[in-house]
Write a protein that binds this ligand. Sequence first.
Ligand code: I3S
Length: 132
Amino acid sequence: MRPRDSVYLHESNDKSSEKCGNLNMTKITEHGKKVRKNWTSYWIVLQGSSLLFNKGQGGGTGWFGRDQKLEFSVELKGGSVNWASKDKSSKKHVLELKTRQGMELLLQSDNDSHISEWHKALTEAIHTYAWE
Ligand code: I3S
């Protein structure tokens, strides 16, 4: 992935993007070690087997807002996604995403249909790229 802090995403009609939207996210484990929660809102783009986390103004009609800045990305290949158990968060509608690189993060939206769509899309992406 390109270096952090130096990439600005631009409006794009890239049809390889499969889904994008705003979600709250916190990492709970990094490199296999527990980290302190820090819930933050991101504009998230699912692109192939990559999940991109962008800060800044999301929405609009394009995949990326004009002022979107890529913070980091995770590789979904070899990962898993499930509904988080109640002991992971007191929030509603929380997904737990685990990557093969030892990162665990929680994704959350107050909108239950929104988060269900993400559950479906992430499950499909993980399944699709599992065998590549
Ligand atoms: O799993 P935890 O530790 O109960 O998560 C909560 C805390 O991280 C809390 O921060 P501080 O302990 O730094 O004050 C957050 O503000 C909460 O949002 C976390 O809980 P939820 O249940 O919202 O994931």
